[in-house]
Design a protein around this ligand. Structure first.
Ligand SMILES: NC(=O)c1ccc[n+]([C@@H]2O[C@H](COP(=O)([O-])OP(=O)(O)OC[C@H]3O[C@@H](n4cnc5c(N)ncnc54)[C@H](O)[C@@H]3O)[C@@H](O)[C@H]2O)c1
Length: 251
């Protein structure tokens, strides 16, 4: 029960097979009161109900993480319901498997806007609430794509956004350390979620061969690392990133 009395917002947690849902469930299992936030209202509602069915506390909020007003409303909803905010998991993200010369300028801006700018907006909205209690945990979802370049499913815009999240997180970690807030990243490799929709089995299995463990991660395996960084077990870790990729990239 590492999260008893803690309040957590998990963005992008309304995806049925997603990392966010698994994280919301895990934090709730260990005592957190969870705000299930997603653009997909029905998805968020269903995950929130799933948590409540297990006898844990959750609310759901529809949010567009690229919209400042919407992000503020998400944080306000958390504080209105539970009185505080301790944990923010910046998990919502989108990808697009496309090469640089084929993508449009709008594609580039959209991918960076959701993944990177959204992470900035949510962090900025959450920090004042965390600072009030001199306690906070921000965990950001980067990706192996942001480190090695060339997404498994994403293009250069996705790599740029996920690399940007690494730099943003380190800079922010230094700024908020005196407020008792840590900022860390998780860098998944291939994960068995809906983000892979449309990939053929043949291509999927060819990808597995490039991974030393020869399989994708389960969403729970990523959630376990997010929960570690969100917990007091990681109290002396900030500005760090943890690879969870089956050995597909080692640095
Ligand atoms: N699946 C992978 O292989 C993989 C690998 C590395 C990193 N990641 C990262 O992990 C995170 C979660 O990925 P996933 O595979 O669970 O994805 P997913 O597609 O299953 O879930 C993402 C969720 O984000 C929500 N979302 C998208 N745009 C939003 C917005 N503007 N505002 C609010 N919500 C929005 C979607 O509605 C969806 O529910 C993402 O940041 C992704 O880039 C995933």
């Amino acid at each position: 029960m590492r999260f008893t009395d803690k309040v957590a917002v998990v963005t992008g947690s309304g995806s049925v097979r997603g990392i966010g849902r698994e994280t919301a469930l895990l934090l709730a299992e260990e005592g957190a009161r969870v705000v299930v936030a997603d653009m997909n209202l029905e998805g968020a509602r269903s995950v929130s109900e799933e948590i409540e069915a297990k006898g844990r506390a959750a609310i759901f909020v529809q949010v567009d993480i690229t919209d400042e007003t919407s992000v503020k409303a998400m944080v306000d909803a958390a504080v209105a319901k539970y009185g505080r905010l301790d944990i923010l998991v910046n998990n919502a993200g989108i990808t697009q498997p496309i090469t640089t010369m084929k993508m449009t300028a709008e594609d580039f801006q959209r991918i960076v806007r959701v993944n990177l700018f959204g992470t900035y907006l949510c962090s900025r909205a959450a920090i004042p609430e965390m600072a009030k209690n001199r306690y906070g945990r921000i965990v950001n979802l980067s990706s192996v794509s942001g480190k090695r370049g060339g997404g498994v499913y994403g293009g250069s815009h996705y790599s740029a956004a996920k690399a940007g999240i690494l730099g943003f997180s380190k800079a922010l970690a230094r700024e908020v350390v005196d407020d008792g807030i840590t900022v860390n990243c998780v860098c998944p490799g291939l994960v068995a979620t809906d983000m892979r929709a449309g990939i053929s089995d043949e291509k999927e299995h060819a990808m597995w061969e490039t991974i030393p463990m020869r399989r994708p991660a389960s969403a729970r395996e990523i959630a376990n690392t997010i929960a570690f960084l969100a917990s007091d077990d990681a109290s002396y870790i900030t500005g760090e990133d943890i690879d969870v990729n089956g050995g597909s990239h080692m640095d």
